[in-house]
Design a binder for this molecule. Structure first.
Ligand code: BYC
Ligand code: FE
Ligand code: FE
Length: 481
């Protein structure tokens, strides 16, 4: 197995795993390639496929300087199989095999567990491309359009990353799973994507930014936990995927930041009251209340992606050395969780209480806590902008039990403040916390089809602070003219 950062771009499928040395695998993947391209053309970005887009392509897996930027037509993007370099002498960092050498092959005992995790991870990647496929035509600028397409091609590459593992390490059923990944589709009633959030719609750019800020961030936490894996090829794949994930979250976080900035600028200029939603909308910008409701929605559905708070699946995966905690090796404990407990929020006898659960069973809750701490810090940066504009409004995370369909709170109706409601109360009040039809209609009214000029931005969003790869903001990021 290759130990270098260098990538072979001469073969049909760029890779740094010496694919040409394994002819059967190479043939199998070359057979999958046209199916993938067919999927990309039919389920990937709608339109824009013939246009030159200023994209980055990985040319090495070294932390510095792995990317090359240039104009590429999306279907000609070089999707490749890129693993972080193998670490000499790496040992399993946690669980019952802690300290033993990592596995280069799948241990038979954990084959089903590993395959399931890899398939779930894989399924999210093409799902997000499908969810975002109609956004190109309403892009608020060429800069944003380019970022959308960059995210899309990289999610396509993440699918390749997982398909490589399925083909190389799981034989015939791995190949069948790889084929099935192109047959399930986001929101398809007969054959949906596996996880709930990946069957939701991404109909507007506020949703896109929320998704890349908050749902791609689940990707960060899940990939980090998987990159701890004792199954070394999975660890190495996830480590390189994480370097790409940074940009997706950047797009989301700064996208919302720019929307908040623009709204505050308009509110300040016209001395608008924070509660006067109609006045804000008269000026064609997105009210902070609508932003808050979208946060509530995306956080709620993304929390579900962590699975049940208390889970024997996650306990088994940890014990087996298959899936660790976020930054496992930086945690100061026994990495086996003997006798350790972890506080988990539950609803018992009409009240929310914190219960000390065996830490091994509470790993999903812990990973979600780590994630929410990250989200909280991001909200704080947006709130600074609001405060600096002298506006009396604060964006907050919804209560942990809000909008949950998986886990401890799946059967409850709970407000963003943590009030438990009857079904009738929920029906009557859900528009206070989630975008109403009118809110969504307003958002869609801003998503106009346009052919943006370089350097021009829709009225509802501020320009970014800088362009991509040192290019000016008015650079022609997509050649649409
Ligand atoms: N929806 O013990 P439980 C990304 C099922 S995002 C539907 O609670 P476990 C990306 C579960 O399958 C990162 N079903 O769960 C972002 C199980 O069913 P079975 C994606 C759900 O295993 C943006 C049952 O409930 N990666 O990369 O502890 C753009 C009880 O299971 C859901 C991963 O998720 C749900 N939300 O944890 C592009 C990593 N939750 O098997 C990309 C891999 C649970 O009994 N996944 N169920 O029939 C995992 O680590 C875990 O499987 C889960 C669930 C966290 C998903
Ligand atoms: Fe991804
Ligand atoms: Fe991503």
């Amino acid at each position: 197995m290759s130990n270098t950062g260098a990538i072979d771009y001469d073969s049909k499928i760029p890779n740094n795993v010496q694919l040409s040395a394994d002819r059967a695998l190479q043939r199998a993947l070359e057979k999958w390639l046209p199916q993938y391209l067919e999927w990309w053309q039919t389920m990937g970005p709608h339109g824009f496929q013939d246009l030159e887009v200023y994209l980055r392509t990985a040319i090495s897996v070294d932390p510095e300087g792995w990317a090359k930027f240039g104009y590429v037509k999306m279907p000609e993007y070089r999707w490749g199989i890129l693993l972080a370099p193998q670490e000499e002498g790496r040992t399993i960092p946690f669980g019952k095999f802690k300290g033993l050498p990592v596995w280069q092959e799948v241990p038979g005992e954990f084959r089903a567990t590993l395959r399931r995790l890899i398939v779930i991870q894989a399924d999210t990647e093409p799902a997000s491309v499908e969810q975002q496929r109609f956004l190109g035509r309403t892009a608020p600028s060429l800069y944003d359009m380019r970022n959308l397409f960059q995210v899309n091609v990289e999610e396509g590459r993440h699918l390749w990353a997982m398909v490589y593992l399925l083909h190389k390490y799981f034989g015939r059923d791995g190949r069948e799973e790889a084929d099935a990944l192109l047959k399930r589709h986001s929101g398809d009633p007969d054959s949906p994507r596996i996880l709930g959030a990946f069957n939701e719609e991404t109909p507007d750019w506020l949703s896109f930014f929320m998704f890349t800020c908050f749902t791609d961030r689940d990707g960060k936490y899940q990939l980090e936990a998987l990159s701890q894996s004792g199954f070394d090829p999975l660890s190495r794949t996830c480590r390189f995927m994480l370097t790409e994930e940074g940009h997706h979250m950047f797009v989301g976080r700064t996208g919302i930041e720019r929307i908040v900035r623009r709204t505050c600028e308009v509110m300040q200029a016209h001395k608008l009251d924070a509660n006067d939603i109609e006045a804000v909308r008269t000026h064609g910008v997105i009210d902070l209340q609508n932003i808050q409701k979208k946060i509530n929605f995306h956080i709620g559905v993304t929390e579900d992606l962590y699975g049940a708070e208390v889970s024997t699946n996650s306990a088994n995966a940890y014990h087996a050395g298959v899936k660790g905690r976020f930054r496992e090796t930086a945690i100061d404990d026994d990495h086996q969780l003997h006798n350790a407990t972890y506080p988990v929020l539950k609803y018992r006898d009409g009240a929310f209480v914190t219960v000390a659960e065996p830490a091994l069973n509470a790993l999903n809750a812990r990973l979600c806590d780590d994630y929410l701490n990250d989200c909280r810090q991001i909200l704080a940066t947006w709130n600074k902008i609001i405060k600096a504009a002298g506006i009396n409004y604060e964006l907050t995370l919804p209560h942990r039990a809000f909008l949950r369909r998986i886990g401890e709170f799946a059967n409850l109706h709970v407000s963003t403040q943590g009030e438990v409601l009857s079904h009738e109360q929920w029906q009557a009040r859900q528009d206070d916390w989630l975008p109403s039809d009118a809110d969504l209609k307003y958002l869609l009214s801003l998503m106009v089809e346009s052919k943006p000029e370089p350097g021009r931005f829709a009225n509802w969003i501020s320009p970014p602070r800088a362009g991509i790869n040192g290019q000016p903001i008015e650079f022609e990021y997509v050649k649409i003219h």
